[in-house]
Write a protein that binds this ligand. Structure first.
Ligand code: GDP
Length: 303
């Protein structure tokens, strides 16, 4: 089930409950929860999370205070049900951090990207570069993917199109060296944001994670961002945990939200790594990029 359908199904479950005035309040809440739970599971949201959502909604709606003498036909009860479901869905995608990263002007802020090949990493690096350039930062892009032939060309083409200065090498095979050179050059030239694009593929996955550790040790990034394809499904959780161990990313960019993403796997990845989504990719174009806010995400989801 795609993300848009998830919204419709949840809405359907809530609306059914609200229009049903025959059953008593508890039975109505229970049947609404059944609909919500099925919709979330079919969207690939992890079962433990779904069960948490279920019990949170249930305990709020059926607490002694709330359940006494309730009738679904009452306007206040309707509002309570809608608000409770809305809040719990927000909690599912919300992951507050005490001090979110904000780049400082007149300093060199280094941002490192990690993620599997095809997730939309290079595209998102350029989108973020444009985002900061528009806000008056001097931004540069470094290509640290020496594994995939064509990786540097891709970044270069994106960077030229977006008019962002870039650094990479056609001959150097050690990504750590390329990164060191790129960062040194950009720091010397007083660049304020240096975005490092890394490899997303290796002969073996373990080698990829080792490379992330090595690059991270040299780059000492101020922020590490994992890029996650929203359509990835249940595999998202395991994948994001593996990246978390090697590169301890502090933020997630969720891509391809314009497509037929189920989205549930990505939602589970947020919970599994306790890491917030900061932007979403909504298309292939440089400007198809939105700041993520849990409330507006859930509002849009529910339509
Ligand atoms: P990388 O291998 O992780 O660097 O991935 P790329 O940046 O090369 O992206 C892989 C493909 O996904 C390309 O065809 C991109 O145009 C496409 N892509 C990236 N982000 C989005 C997005 O938000 N929406 C859509 N529809 N396509 C995207």
């Amino acid at each position: 089930m795609v993300l848009a359908d998830l919204g419709k199904r949840i809405n359907g479950a809530v609306n059914n409950a609200l229009s049903n005035t025959e059953d008593d309040y508890t039975t109505t809440v229970d049947s609404m929860l059944k609909g919500i739970v099925t919709a979330l599971l079919e969207s690939d949201v992890n079962i433990a999370l779904v069960s948490k959502v279920r019990s949170n909604i249930k305990s709020k709606l059926l607490s002694e205070n709330n359940a006494a003498n309730r009738s679904v036909s009452n306007g206040q009860t309707k509002k309570l049900i809608q608000k409770t479901v809305f809040d719990e869905l927000c909690n599912l995608v919300d992951c507050e951090v005490k001090e979110p990263f904000t780049p400082k002007k007149k300093k060199s802020n280094v941002i490192m990207f990690v993620g599997l090949q095809g997730s939309g990493k290079t595209t998102s690096c350029t989108k973020l570069a444009v985002y900061y350039q528009k806000r008056g930062f001097k931004v540069g892009l470094v290509c640290a993917d020496t594994f995939r032939a064509g990786a540097f060309d891709q970044l270069k083409q994106n960077a030229i199109k977006a008019r962002i200065p870039f650094y990479g090498s056609y001959t150097e095979t050690d990504p750590v060296k390329v990164v060191e050179e790129g960062i040194t050059k950009f720091k010397k030239e007083k660049f304020e944001i240096i975005i490092v694009d890394t490899s997303g593929r290796h002969r073996q996955e373990e080698e990829l994670f080792q490379e992330m550790i090595q690059i991270s040790n040299v780059v000492k990034p101020n922020q590490t961002i994992m890029v996650l394809d929203a359509s990835i499904g249940q595999a998202a959780e395991q994948q994001s945990k593996a990246f978390k161990d090697s590169s301890d990313f502090g933020a997630i960019i969720l891509t391809k939200m314009d497509g037929h993403a189920k989205g549930g796997g990505a939602i589970s990845a947020v919970a599994a790594t306790h890491t917030p989504i900061i932007f979403i990719g909504t298309g292939e174009h440089i400007h198809d990029f939105e700041k993520f806010s849990p409330k507006s995400f859930v509002s849009k989801l529910l339509g």
